[in-house]
Ligand binder design. Sequence first.
Ligand code: NDP
Ligand code: MG
Length: 399
Amino acid sequence: MDANAGNDRPRNRIVVLGSTGSIGTSTLDVAAHLPGRIEVVGISGHSRIDLLLEQAHEVRPRFVCLTDPTVSLDPSLLPTGCELLRGADGIARMVTDPGVDTVVSAIVGAAGLEGTWAALEAGKTVAVANKETLVLAGQLVTELAARTGGRLLPVDSEHSAIFQAIQGASIREVERVVLTGSGGPFRGKTIADLEKVTVEQALKHPTWSMGRKITIDSATLMNKALEVIEARWLFGLPAERIDVIIHPQSIIHSFVEFRDGAVLAQLSPPDMRLPIQYALTYPERLPGPARKLAWRDLSAWHFEQPDHETFPSLQLGYEVARRGGTCGAVLNAANEVAVSRFLAGELSFLDIPRACRAALDQHDYDPRPTLAELAACDRWARQEASRWINRTHRTVRIS
Ligand code: NDP
Ligand code: MG
């Protein structure tokens, strides 16, 4: 088959929110390999203007949206026929355009919610990388999709693996899903080992190359916690039926155990271009740029149980997946603040989950919040986490 196989199908016209990031650039790479199947209609970036401009000239989309209000871009630098849009209004304009089929949600953090929401309101398909949206507002987002006929397709590798493994089956036949995680750079370490961890050490992920925020989330295992909540909403499974297992090689991207005891898994090298492509060509599989397994080099795959004492973040994820309501918004916001303070050298690594625990404990729980109430919760939790971080005298300067 050639790279343009599938030309008989209509092209998937996509908007890439967060095109300048790790998932965004991988998405443009997938699109470049499948010109007959994927057409990039719009892209958005926040601060990396040079890269956004470079992408605009390479891809020649109809829309380019710049979201950071503090930076400017001379529209005459864009290729002809390309319209410059700004901020949340610009995102909404692009994702609701009748000439768009799928929106790739690859902005990092709660900032990704608006674009996903607007796309689903317009009944579009959303390829979701931005797990924070589902952590923060999973219940409302999935209800919105059900109401409008909008569709959520997973991009996160574990959730894509589960989605691939359940094709042809009903979710009612699933006994449990088991999310795999590499364990991050500090797998096997003790709490004492982690007292003085530096930003540089935490950013050295053993298997995946990703943006800074998710790389820190992977080091604390908060990423797996967020993924438990993401799976809870994407697949409608209760927390009790979502397990986590550590698999350092990052080849098996998750398991699905069915009611009869059969277990299916999806395997491939750690390369996000495969789950991104699957979400964009679903239900078809086409040749693409993702790396293939080097069968001759394979030897053993390992598994171990997560160390909940050293990495308490994971339990926070289970707690939030169980309680729902306002908990997701609080956990997500507190974690975003804590991670950015850690990256700025203003918080110790071990204090990241402690700041989140404190915000969850202090918050005024509501089991059925509206979107506006979740936004208020997000703001409150950011302030509360900042207060906690400023108050604790654990603040250390780490390079
Ligand atoms: P990056 O940090 O590499 O990219 C983030 C993107 O979001 C950039 O395009 C950035 O623009 C943009 N952005 C940042 N802040 C804002 C804002 N306030 N408003 C609008 N846009 C903003 O992150 P990743 O690509 O690694 O991750 C993106 C999402 O995908 C995250 O939610 C992550 O959890 C999820 N994910 C990522 C995986 C990966 O392998 N990287 C795997 C699975 C999920 P700019 O760079 O121009 O400032
Ligand atoms: Mg993942």
